[in-house]
Design a protein around this ligand. Structure first.
Ligand code: KG4
Ligand code: ZN
Length: 361
């Protein structure tokens, strides 16, 4: 196996994106994503069985598209990497099964990796994308340690990454809804379609973020003692629901733009307050953002302002590598190979609650 510049195919099926990515070392060769998001729209959130079935339909076409785009043959690969957790069990199982089948059929090593750590690995690729496929001269290595804030429809996690392949610590996570889920649920309250994040962002542009003071979860002194880096969005969601109901019961119009802007402000504020507290507490002058919620305009703006003011370097991979994708999984697999890690044995399975410090299974 080529351990200096390994050619790796990554498979990601932990939620509703079927992602196949191919990398050579830190160079991105292809990133194919098929999403079943539209199929979940009428339910207002991801339906696990629908996601799993969509992965079954999409996997083989996605693999074919990825290898064609990368201009490689499957036999050229040095290894297969696959997300084995955390995520939706049935969805993960489809990717794990496919990865094992490919590894056995091609007689290639397999690396079973952690989805959340993969999000961090995405940052290793991003500076090399716009240039030619062979030129990695502008790829700036991820510096350690870094604090990573991962926010999507499935997770809200704050990590301390001392080394991508050997030392990742979970500082905190959501104790109820994920941030993206909160956006989706509040959008529903405001009669906006799924996925709610982009809709709230759009409507909030015309609203006043200070119009309504919604609660910032787990920010009171007593909560901070036990949950310094944890998040909670259910109280915020309930508060928005109550506000909307009161207006409706009183026969008054709901100020949708102000509600959206004020809700968005509360989410952005709590996410960044806790992330920057972690940077300060651990003396880490770097913050990496990942996950689909990073598309949020206000989050990007305030993150830039606050990290500038605090002298913290902010890294945001391009959106195609922030949302769930196979390239980040391939990138993490390649890092493990380059660091000399042995392949996974075929005994591993999907683990929906895989802890973040288990980088490889
Ligand atoms: O990472 P992602 O694509 O994957 C899953 O979690 O499956 O994240 C999707 C989530 C959804 O909850 C969506 O509402 C949210 O990211 N999202 C946003 C924005 N764009 C997508 N949330 C806030 N603002 C946005 N602009
Ligand atoms: Zn994710």
């Amino acid at each position: 196996m080529n351990r200096t510049d390994p050619l790796v195919l990554g498979i990601e099926t932990s939620c509703d994106e079927t992602g196949i990515g191919i990398v050579r070392g830190t160079t991105l060769l292809s990133n194919t994503i098929a999403s079943s998001m539209d199929e979940h729209a009428r339910y207002g959130g991801v339906v696990p069985e629908i996601a799993a079935r969509a992965h079954l339909d999409e996997l083989v076409p996605a693999i074919n598209a990825a290898i064609a785009e990368a201009g490689i043959r499957l036999h050229d690969l040095d290894a297969i990497a696959v997300t084995c957790g955390p995520g939706l069990s049935g969805a993960l199982m489809v990717g794990v099964g496919a990865a094992k089948a490919l590894a056995v059929a091609l007689d290639k090593p397999i690396y079973a990796v952690n989805h959340l750590v993969g999000h961090v690995g995405a940052d290793l690729l991003h500076r090399s994308i716009p240039t030619s496929r062979t030129d990695t001269s502008d790829a700036v290595p991820l510096e350690y340690p870094t604090i990573a804030l991962l926010v999507s429809g499935g997770h809200t996690s704050l990590l301390l990454v001392r080394d991508l392949v050997s030392d990742v610590e979970l500082l905190g996570e959501t104790i109820d809804d994920a941030a993206g889920e909160a956006f989706d649920k509040v959008a529903r309250l405001l009669s906006l379609p799924y996925p709610g994040g982009p809709q709230i962002d759009r409507v909030a542009a015309d609203g006043n973020p200070k119009a309504i003071r919604f609660p910032r979860g787990l920010s009171q002194p007593k909560d901070m003692a036990a949950h310094r880096y944890d998040f909670s969005f259910s109280g915020l969601k309930t508060s928005v629901a109550r506000f909307v109901e009161q207006r409706q019961d009183a026969g008054e119009p709901v100020p949708t733009a102000d509600v959206a802007a004020s809700f968005r402000e509360a989410v952005v504020d709590i996410l960044l307050t806790k992330a920057l507290a972690a940077c300060a507490d651990y003396g880490v002058p770097r913050l990496l953002l990942g996950g689909g919620v990073i598309a949020n305009q206000r989050l990007r703006q305030i993150a830039t302002e606050r990290t500038d003011a605090a002298g913290i370097a902010l890294r945001i991979p391009p959106l195609s590598l922030c949302t769930d994708n196979g390239a980040m999984i391939a990138a993490l697999g390649a890092q493990l190979i380059m660091a000399g890690s042995e392949p996974s044995t075929l005994e591993f399975g999907a683990d929906s609650t895989l802890p973040v410090d288990q980088i490889q299974v």
